[in-house]
Ligand binder design. Structure first.
Ligand SMILES: Nc1nc2c(ncn2[C@@H]2O[C@H](COP(=O)(O)OP(=O)(O)OP(=O)(O)O)[C@@H](O)[C@H]2O)c(=O)[nH]1
Ligand SMILES: [Ca+2]
Length: 924
């Protein structure tokens, strides 16, 4: 598009000055594009009244109106009128030098004017429009894309193992768009896909946000954006789609002075690190000695004296009324309260109506008031473009799916356009072409959507086809539709639906749904596994991941003692090993050096004098003897906390001793020493001091923290992702869904499963298996994997769990990977037929590693075993539970399975089943 725009850099200072001072009478001659306004004299509002704007007309837009004197003084406010076809860059370039800039594609620009009459010809607008609308389409498509790729990374091994190997390479690309398991899955590419249970439910985390990335149009940098609005907004491209609109863009006022980086803007002292108070308008920062002088009595809150009367920087709207520590120090409580109150409520700081566009039109102040004071207002309203379906109350950001249902029938903004939410489904609700997610929701709610219907949906969810009289049903009427919406991140009517007159109206429907929801909000997940499988590690990870305060003070105090006891135990095992190694070494020495015996030395002392690599001095020997004796007596727990004080110096000496270090080097030969021991032993000196405080990681690694005899319970919900935080929590049922993780110690599950009856109401069972157990034997000589299989069998066949989903976590993948290279998997008799074809060259050419094959094989074994006994399908996930991401994705998988089974139940109950139509969704 030819840019006739005057280069703003060429607007000279004096022109601007002229602009500021011009307040003469209206000129007698015609000014085609720019007219100064005077509210008293010009009935401005009528010009842009919503009724006279037709969709296809390019129209003059009159932006905020103020009286002449406030215009000259205040209205230097950072108002820029930008026809949206003009590159916003041009505005920014100059805003430091002049408060008021005007840019239009006309050549005659009167800087005093705040109105731009923009006549835009078809051709002029054409090219740009086309370009950007194709952008929009592109991003629309992309944003839907992940919906299809949203899959559960669980393995379905009912198909033959070989088959899944062959087809598995396919999924590489799909994997990119997944967020489940992404960083933590130890198995790359090859193992997922056909074996993947493909879920057609997009989850809240997947939809939506990719738009921002793909929108990053390289040609046109969105230099001016609404500062406050969330970044996932389509930005300028979207606005360009609706061309022919004149736009008011808030531009930040620049501070009058600016010191060197980080210093106070007034005294120019201090650095980045000095505490400062910030002006809400121009972002000037003042140190505590200057702030009161720079901001005066703060009649509008925290603004420089020169910024009083100016609108605030929209990005700071969230800070309004939130006092800083600095002010609290400088002023008394009453003053602080008063200032914060005026900051929030004074007129100058209110959201300017014209920054909010509804259905393509900037709001009038009255409209904004209507919107903000209705019984169910949009939450956290920010400057930006929104669409509003007045009939149903659906509300969303322009170009996006709905995110809230607000009060219907409000007289704000223009008429809704078919493209408002950028849908491409050919299904319409109240004149708006709906998005793919909405369509899916409708289908799942049992609404017949064949034949591109146009629906008329009322605020209570009742709907009819356009042109027909009878109500066909209620969209939110079915049990589970709300939950469905939660899964799809779609809004649902709030508890009270207000009717046209604003009265509250509790529909029986919505109440029953809420009852249903409340009943469902605590989903219980049972976590079981045989000894040492990793259930407590997973439990602790969940605590650390999902709790703000994972461990309380006194809990930590107890854990500290547990850890220290453990470490003394590990030291004891080392000392035992040392004795063994010393004896071995002595034996070797004796046989090697028969010559010594010929010497005339004292026979009896010979042995004591011979020093081996594993010998220790008498002081340490005494300590060692004492420790081993205490351990043998089972008294280790009793010696605390005295032991830490007394023995700390000895521990240090012991750990640094060469004999101990030599023993530690051979730790793999010490059968009893668990693998986590090294984590603590290497820090033994720190851990065994009285003022040691265990970190979360220490607690994670520590053995015996979760009681091995009792149940442990954890209530949690998955924290919202950044994208979800932008939405209102009340519309986001995901965050309402609460889970309870119940860890049952393996002991409680033995033969007679004494606890099992308590778990009637759990939603699902997560069974944890340690993959590295395949070569281990228990005290009575039975292979541990076989014991695990037995325990697994007893649980899956228990009548209580008959209708429950099972998720198998094959844990300790890290250990398996390492071990399987040394010890054949066939060491376990259940795994006799493991016969992998592994290429000799272990390059990264996509061939699975032995570890991956072994995991896969075990998964198949368990799956077959499970379905032979239950006729159901087992979900499987691999994990390294010492890694938080790994546990996070496993638990999220559990959540998805729960959600999904919820949907499955609801849909089975409803008269409409989508599964018959969509074979992709969960067939096996
Ligand atoms: N290397 C590795 N070690 C793990 C993993 N998961 C757990 N462990 C370790 O395995 C040991 C046993 O794990 P726990 O979580 O205590 O097992 P548990 O199921 O609670 O077993 P009990 O407490 O004996 O009932 C601990 O030392 C863990 O640190 C893993 O994925 N990789
Ligand atoms: Ca344990």
């Amino acid at each position: 598009m030819p840019m006739k725009t005057k280069n703003p850099d060429s607007i000279r200072e004096d022109e601007c000055l002229f602009a500021v001072e011009y307040d003469g009478p209206p000129l007698s001659y015609d000014i085609p594009r720019a007219v100064p306004i005077n509210m008293e004299r010009i009935p401005v509002a009528a010009v842009v009244s919503p009724v006279c704007i037709s969709d296809n007309m390019s129209f003059p837009v009159i932006q905020p109106i103020m009286s002449v004197d406030s215009l000259s003084k205040k209205f230097l406010r950072d108002m820029v009128v930008v026809p949206s076809s003009v590159s916003p860059t041009s505005v920014i370039g100059n805003c430091g030098t002049s408060d008021l800039e005007l840019v239009s594609d006309s050549t005659t620009v009167s800087p005093t004017s705040v109105i731009v009459f923009e006549e835009q010809t078809e051709e002029e607008g054409g090219a740009d429009c086309e370009l950007s609308s194709s952008n929009c389409e592109l991003s629309g498509e992309l944003s839907e894309e992940p919906v299809h790729h949203q899959e559960l990374r669980t393995l379905d091994f009912c198909d033959s193992f070989e088959q899944s190997r062959v087809s598995s390479v396919r999924s590489k690309e799909e994997k990119e768009s997944l967020d489940l398991n992404e960083s933590s899955n130890p198995l790359p590419d090859w193992e997922s896909n056909e074996s993947v249970v493909s879920m057609d439910y997009p989850s809240s985390r997947v939809t939506g946000d990719c738009v921002s990335e793909t929108n990053g149009d390289s040609k046109k940098q969105p230099v001016v954006t609404f500062l406050g609005i969330a970044s996932d907004d389509g930005g300028f491209e979207e606005e360009d789609c609706n061309q022919k609109r004149v736009r008011v863009v808030p531009v930040k006022k620049q501070p009058q002075t600016k010191g060197k980086k980080g210093s106070c803007y007034r005294c120019f002292k201090g650095s980045r690190f000095t505490e400062k108070e910030v002006c809400l308008v121009c972002d000037a920062k003042y140190c505590s000695s200057c702030v009161l002088r720079a901001m005066g009595s703060m009649p509008e809150g925290r603004k420089c004296v020169t910024c009083i009367g100016f609108p605030i920087d929209e990005s700071k709207r969230g800070c309004l009324g939130k006092c800083s520590r600095m002010l609290k120090r400088l002023l008394n409580d009453l003053e602080v309260k008063q200032i914060m109150k005026t900051e929030r409520f004074c007129e100058a700081n209110q959201l300017p109506a014209e920054y909010v566009y509804v259905n393509g039109q900037p709001l009038y102040p009255e409209e904004l008031v209507t919107l903000q004071t209705c019984s169910n207002p949009p939450k956290k309203l920010k400057p930006g473009d929104y669409w509003y379906d007045k009939v149903s109350g659906l509300w969303g950001k322009e170009g996006e799916k709905p995110y809230q249902i607000i009060s219907p029938h409000l007289n704000v903004g223009g008429p809704i356009s078919a493209e408002a939410s950028n849908g491409n489904t050919q299904v319409f609700i109240n004149g708006r072409e709906i998005t793919k997610v909405e369509l899916r929701m409708l289908q799942l709610a049992g609404v017949q959507c064949a034949g591109n219907p146009h629906f008329w949906v009322n605020e209570d969810g009742s709907y009819q086809e356009e042109g027909q009289k009878n109500t066909k049903g209620y969209i939110w009427g079915k049990a589970g539709t709300k939950l469905l919406c939660a899964v799809l991140s779609l809004p649902v009517p709030s508890k009270s639906i207000s009717n046209a007159s604003g009265e509250l109206l509790h529909s029986a429907n919505s109440r029953s749904i809420l009852d249903h929801l409340e009943h469902r909000t605590l989903q219980k997940i049972l976590l079981v596994g045989s000894r040492g499988s990793g259930t407590s590690t997973i439990f602790k990870q969940a605590k650390i991941l999902y709790k703000d305060i994972p461990f309380l003070e006194d809990e930590r105090e107890n854990i500290k003692v547990i850890i220290q006891t453990n470490v003394y135990g590990y030291l004891g095992m080392l000392l035992e090993g040392r004795e063994r190694f010393e004896e071995e070494a002595l034996g070797v020495t004796n046989t090697k050096q028969p010559a010594i015996e010929d010497s005339p030395a004292d026979e009896g002392d010979t042995k004591g004098n011979i020093k081996t690599l594993y010998s220790i001095g008498p002081r340490l020997k005494a300590f060692s003897d004492w420790l081993l004796k205490t351990m043998a007596a089972g008294n280790l727990g009793v010696i605390f906390p005295a032991a830490t004080r007394e023995y700390a110096p000895l521990v240090e000496e012991l750990w640094r001793d060469t004999a101990i270090q030599a023993t530690y080097k051979r730790r793999s030969e010490l059968g009893l020493l668990p693998s986590v021991a090294s984590y603590f032993l290497e820090r033994a000196i720190d851990v065994l001091t009285p003022d040691y405080e265990p970190s979360d990681l220490d607690i994670l690694y520590a053995e015996g923290v979760t009681s091995s005899s009792g149940l442990a319970c954890l209530d949690f919900s998955f924290p919202q992702t950044a994208a979800e935080e932008n939405l209102d929590p009340s519309d986001h049922l995901d965050s309402l869904l609460r889970y309870q993780l119940i860890r049952v110690p393996s002991r409680g599950l033995g033969e007679n499963c004494k606890w099992i009856d308590m778990f009637e109401d759990v939603g699902m069972v997560v069974f944890v298996v340690s993959m590295s157990d395949y070569d281990q034997v228990s005290e009575d000589g039975t292979n541990k994997m076989l014991l695990t299989k037995k325990l697994f069998e007893s649980i899956i066949t228990h009548p209580i769990f008959e209708h429950m989903d099972f998720l198998l976590i094959l844990n300790k993948y890290d250990l398996l990977e390492e071990k399987v290279e040394r010890v054949p998997l066939t060491r376990c008799e259940w795994f006799q037929d493991f016969n992998p074809v592994v290429s000799r060259h272990r390059s990264n050419n996509g061939n699975p590693t032995l570890g991956q094959l072994a995991f896969h094989y075990m998964a198949v074994k368990f799956k077959r075993f499970y379905s032979s006994l239950t006729g159901k399908k087992l979900f499987v996930s691999s994990s390294k539970s010492l890694e938080p991401n790994s546990v996070d994705s496993s638990l999220k998988l559990a959540m998805e399975i729960l959600k999904w089974s919820e949907e499955r139940t609801n849909i089975c109950l409803s008269d409409y089943s989508m599964y018959s139509n969509e074979p992709s969704s969960f067939s096996n």
